[in-house]
Design a protein around this ligand. Structure first.
Ligand code: AHR
Length: 498
């Protein structure tokens, strides 16, 4: 069967504006994300705050507009008050989420400082597992109230005269999961989230809140969870979250590369659930998606570590080349749904299922998944264009009609057109024929490609086996741009209006 891919683009046909916040990420108190990741006092590259400058430089390269914190599963047992004030007085605690010891030498104020250091905005999560509305509204007061009250004055005493102005707040984490501390059913969670969000917004009406959706597409409660919890909390929430991680534990590569199809199905189903509740309530307000955990995650499953130690090497997936392709298709799905996915967080940022890896006391380097994210974050800001697409397809045991080529396209305000394309086929190149309906005056800039004959190739501190190459991009023939996508490759075709 001949493999082919035909894309038609028109600058007037947009899905919607890409919200910059889809290039967010996530730092949890988990493994070496904080300790030995972004924060390592005594490291040769550490600044006066203990923040690693080498890591900060890589984070800045990714240009993440927001970072979710402090969890994740961790937040559902976290007393935020443990992480403020003089470090010597902070308690050491058992973290029941990950069976480790939390030293609390890094907390809210350190995180805010770090955000300023790397030019990002905090997205805070509150504990709705072991705690509730009171602790949540106090944290909003601590972070956002100017002064003259107990919590805001404590922040000032702790060194931050001005409020942090945190705009985005997650109402707990994965509360649908039995593994979560304080797990609840949808009705109990919806009622609690509503009360917490109400008090948080009374404390600071400018904040926006994110209700926990399902922790995966495969949850037995998926759909029911969203509609029940959202109906109860509708008036006080602005976004509903979705989380998704793909894996390839069965080493079935064709199937693994197809998993972006499931991301697309998941997004569509969540949109349907949100719109159903809006319709049912005849509500004016529309609820959008915060896809605040997405990535590939499976390599580190089952890794052993000593229980209750500090900052162990856990969830340290070493990403291979195939993982970068899957990450690229997840980004494409997010961009194709730019009208409804307004926030997204690559989970996570450093060491823990992350694009950036470090050695304690040593170097920092880029994992394979760094690159699709880097290019999307750099060139995928603007208007997401409708991808009128026709192409050959394949089936796996799990999925039917998987397009060999997976595409998205973004037109930037500066006249840059970026087409992101993954060729999922293991053996054959595919010519992507892009018909540019109204792009007169656009000239080719470059073709960036991530290709490798070995799907298991990985990057290490010593060797960057997977890195992008730049090629010339052939000029369009009339209106048609023809670009060969190598087998198993991620590509960015870049054009610019002269
Ligand atoms: O990102 C790792 C974990 O995955 C998070 O703590 C949790 O929210 C999810 O299950």
């Amino acid at each position: 069967m001949e493999k082919y891919a035909k894309l038609t683009l028109c600058s007037e046909y947009a899905v919607g504006d890409v919200d910059d916040r889809v290039y967010g990420s996530f730092i949890e108190h988990l493994g070496r994300a904080v300790y030995g990741g972004i924060y390592e006092p005594g490291h040769p590259a550490a600044d006066e705050n203990g923040f690693r400058a080498d890591v900060a430089a890589l984070v800045k390269e990714l240009n993440v507009p927001l970072v979710r914190y402090p969890g994740g599963n961790f937040v559902s047992g976290y007393n935020w008050e443990d992480g403020i004030g003089p470090v010597k007085d902070r308690p050491r605690r058992l973290d029941l989420a990950w069976s480790t010891t939390e030293p609390n030498t890094f907390g809210t104020d350190e995180f805010m400082k770090w955000c300023a250091r790397v030019n990002t905005a905090p997205m805070m999560a509150v504990n709705l597992g072991t705690r509730g509305a009171d602790a949540a509204r106090n944290l909003v007061e601590y972070c956002n109230h100017p002064g003259g009250t107990c919590w805001s004055d404590l922040r000032r005493k702790n060194g931050a005269e001005k409020p942090y102005g945190v705009k985005l707040w997650c109402l707990g984490n994965e509360m649908d999961g039995p593994w979560q501390m304080g797990h609840k059913d949808a009705a109990a969670y919806g009622a609690l989230a509503n009360e917490a969000a109400k008090l948080m917004k009374w404390t600071d009406p400018s904040i926006r809140t994110v209700l926990c959706g399902s922790s995966s597409y495969g949850m037995r409660t998926f759909g029911e969870w969203e509609t029940t919890a959202l109906d109860l909390a509708y008036d006080n929430v602005d976004y509903v979250s979705m989380h998704q991680y793909h894996g390839n534990s069965d080493q079935y590569l064709e199937n693994f590369l197809a998993k972006g199809v499931e991301t697309e199905q998941f997004i569509r189903s969540v949109v349907a659930a949100l719109d159903y509740v809006q319709g049912k309530r005849h509500a004016k307000k529309r609820i959008d998606i915060s896809f605040d955990e997405w990535n590939v995650w499976y390599h580190s499953n089952g890794a052993q570590f000593e229980k209750w130690c500090e900052a162990p090497h856990i969830l340290e997936d070493v990403y291979n080349f195939a993982d970068a392709l899957v990450a690229g298709t997840m980004l494409n799905a997010i961009l194709r749904h730019a009208d409804r996915v307004k926030i997204a967080c690559l989970a996570q940022l450093v060491n823990v299922i992350a694009p950036i890896m470090t050695e304690n006391g040593g170097g920092a380097w880029k994992q394979t998944i760094f690159y699709p994210f880097y290019y999307a974050s750099k060139y995928g800001r603007g208007k997401s264009l409708q991808t009128l697409f026709e192409g050959s397809k394949y089936d796996t045991r799990w999925y039917s009609d998987v397009p060999h080529a997976d595409v998205s396209a973004v037109l930037g305000a500066d006249g840059t057109l970026a087409v992101f394309a993954v060729n999922r086929d293991l053996t054959d190149p595919i010519t992507l024929e892009t018909k540019l309906l109204d792009f007169e005056g656009f000239a080719p800039v470059k073709h960036v490609v991530l290709e490798n004959a070995d799907p298991e190739a990985v990057n290490t501190a010593e060797c960057e086996a997977v890195r992008p190459a730049e090629k010339p991009l052939a000029a369009p023939d009339g209106r048609t741009l023809r670009t060969v996508l190598a087998p198993m490759s991620w590509n960015m075709l870049l054009l610019k209006k002269r």
